[in-house]
Design a protein around this ligand. Sequence first.
Ligand code: TMP
Length: 405
Amino acid sequence: MASLTKTLYKEGQSGPMIEFLDLGMQPIANNFADTADKDEYKYNLSVGFDPDTCLVSLMNKVDPKKMFNDSYEYRSSMSNTMQQHFENIAVRISVLFNPRKVLEIGSNDGVFIKHFNPQDVVAIEPCGNMVDVTTKMGFTTYKNFWSKDVANKLKNVHGEFDVVYAANCMCHIHDLSDAFSGVADALSDDGVFIFEDPSLASTVENVAYDQFYDEHQHIFSVTALYNLLLKEGLEIYGVEKLSVHGGSNRIFCQKIGGNRSGNIIPTLIEESKQGLAKLSTYKDFAESVIQSKDDLLTILKAYKDIGHKVICYGATSKTTTIFNYCGIGTDLIEYITDTTPNKQGKVSPGMHIPIVSPEEGFTDDVDIAFLGAWNFQKEIMAKEQAFLERGGSFITHVPYTRVVK
Ligand code: TMP
């Protein structure tokens, strides 16, 4: 298989981005393979800032079909936290907007739409295995990437939508102008577009450089979204800060001039104070990332040297970035435990660390567990009291490298 940057997907590469962070050659973050493939596809994961829009994006684009295909491993239903999260927002949408027709962009395994009547929902999803899941649940699911063209085809068949919802999906899309313009086309005149994605403010605050991986083409500030959406005829009227995925923003939009009102100025001021519109903030962030790498390697080596058994808890996409950037392999992390059946028995992308079930791997001889799924820290700490009580420790790298008890 060909590797390296010459196979990169270059179409529609964005404008005058200024690079501030280089996380090296990286594999596809969710590409959990049966065996170590030495010719695994890799691309240069570097991150840039667009001073015109304040958008932070990857400098290179990976072909979407390499990431979102019929063997996509990530299932949104895999944690109680996310199950509850999607139930809450689905119920709120029903109560607040009483929509006749809902469109979900990126429906994954149906964790959100399952709270609606199948007749009232249309879903779009590029991963065939996920399309099969929601189709079997009775939902009309189209196997497509989102685009303006697709939006207009859906509108012709189903009419306009009162609510368009997307979770952890818009940040995947390379051409945001086309994507947001498509949403504006699909939305009814008084419709609402609600979407949520990891927050740039939290990413910077937590030095969570592992939010950057192939799927996360952009990490959004509200400031950048405000600029980009206005160009496509949409205005943000509400923002909610969410704790999921290490800190996310839920954005509420309507067509410009719509009758909903909300004050997003405090959020824009907060982001301005944090420096999210200034390149120097990102240069400082890049310095902190180097420090984070040094600290993590130091602590892992120290535990290894005294003979502790160190594993990783959660084979997340984020750990792909960390392990490949820091050069962490089985010399430092013996194996990874993960609850996702499809990841078990496979190896992690790039560094090829074996993945096993928690039953097999989270055993009494484990001394230290690196919190790969640090975004579920609360849920995990509550679940793993016995491990902590017998003297086991978790370590995390956010917001700085430390032991958590
Ligand atoms: P995410 O951070 O990309 O959402 O992925 C979370 C991964 O962590 C997913 O593969 C499931 C796994 N996980 C566990 O193995 N144990 C847990 O207790 C939780 C909450 C998640």
